[in-house]
Design a protein around this ligand. Structure first.
Ligand SMILES: *Cc1c(COP(=O)(O)O)cnc(C)c1O
Length: 338
């Protein structure tokens, strides 16, 4: 058995999810006539108390559409230097929206209200115009760290005072909510747009949804078309999303418990210098006395797959295809790696 912990995107759809997909009622979604896509968009919008949603092929697309909505040429976005929108979306901020970024630092990938205030550009001929703050929750490169609502509220106030939009890259927002028990509606009330991935911990084969006002989502639909993301009988994919929201949210807690155990095992390992606090389903370990490439090779030889995550770090992500017997195996195999 290979223990593939490279990402929570590697999961296979369950039999029940496949059945939901096969039996979906579909139509042409570019015409707005796919009932299953419409139902998924409405279901998530209602859950977060937002007006409308837009189903897209990827979280990169939902983030990039949001950035397009909230910027103009020569705008600037404030975000953490580890943000997915900056590091892992192919430079799309530049190529799709011709915008600039102001990168902030902060422990475990989180930015503070004080640093945001300082990063807002003055209305000055030299500076790009700050129009957007983008947060990520959970924070992937911060080790799956979370913001709480109480941490977001002062940031929202700064955005309101300065006429800035606030976007949430909530690729793993359900992982965060599973820890805090906060309600999605409270989150929806604080953001102009929220991007949610169905293809991560929720276990769908494809898909992300962008949430926002009716007006923003109408514009977003046009941007999606220009990005080549208008899909036709996409209800087969949306059906997986509806199934996941109904059946695969509660179980995220199991992923978190297993990630915590992996974190504990790694903390005691002779080749590990430090493990980031494990809050959700991501475990980042900083190595000592071995390079990530060599460590990954040793793990691979024992049937454990992880990825390099920075200069001297590796990342493990738990997910629905990694169950209790996988964890037992993981412990056995890790013990013999020296
Ligand atoms: C995975 C991910 C995305 C979107 O990725 P896609 O592969 O394009 O769906 C966005 N933000 C974060 C934090 C992610 O982990």
């Amino acid at each position: 058995m290979i223990l593939d912990l490279r990402s929570d995107t590697l999961t296979q759809p369950t039999q029940e999810m496949l059945e939901a997909m096969f039996t979906a009622k579909v139509g042409d979604d570019v015409f707005g006539e796919d009932p299953t896509v419409n139902a998924l968009e409405q279901k998530l919008a209602d859950l977060f108390g937002m007006e409308a949603g837009l189903f897209c092929p990827s979280g990169t697309m939902t983030n990039q559409i949001a950035i397009r909505l909230h910027t103009r040429i020569q705008s600037e976005i404030i975000c953490h230097k580890y943000s997915h929108i900056y590091l892992y979306e192919g430079g799309g901020i530049m190529s799709n929206s011709h915008a600039s970024v102001k990168l902030l630092d902060g422990e475990y990938g989180k930015i503070s209200p004080g640093d945001i205030v300082d990063a807002i550009n003055a209305d000055d001929v030299h500076a790009p115009e700050t129009t957007l703050v983008s947060l990520e929750n959970t924070m992937n490169k911060g080790g799956g760290s979370i913001y709480t609502l109480e941490e977001i509220k002062p940031i929202k106030a700064i955005c309101d005072q300065n006429g800035l939009k606030l976007h949430l890259d909530g690729a793993r927002i359900f992982n965060a909510l599973a820890v805090t028990g906060e309600s999605p509606k409270e989150w929806g009330a604080l953001f102009d747009t929220i991007s949610i991935c169905l293809s991560k911990g929720l276990g769908c084969p494809v898909g992300s949804v962008l949430l926002g006002t009716k007006e923003d989502i109408k514009r977003a639909k046009k941007v999606r078309k220009s990005f080549g993301g208008g899909m036709r009988q996409a209800g087969f994919l949306a059906a997986a999303g509806i199934y996941a929201l109904d059946h695969q949210v509660e179980r995220l807690k199991e992923d978190h418990a297993r990630a915590k155990k992996i974190g504990e095992m790694l903390t005691d390992h002779p080749l590990v210098a430090e493990v980031f606090p494990v809050v959700t389903n991501i475990v980042i370990a900083r190595l000592k006395g071995i390079s990530p490439a060599d460590m990954l090779q040793k793990l691979d030889a024992s049937g454990i797959k992880a990825v390099r995550f920075g200069k001297d770090q590796i990342r493990f992500v738990t997910h629905l295809d990694f169950e209790e017997n996988g964890l037992t195996e993981f412990e056995k195999r890790l013990k013999v790696i020296k």
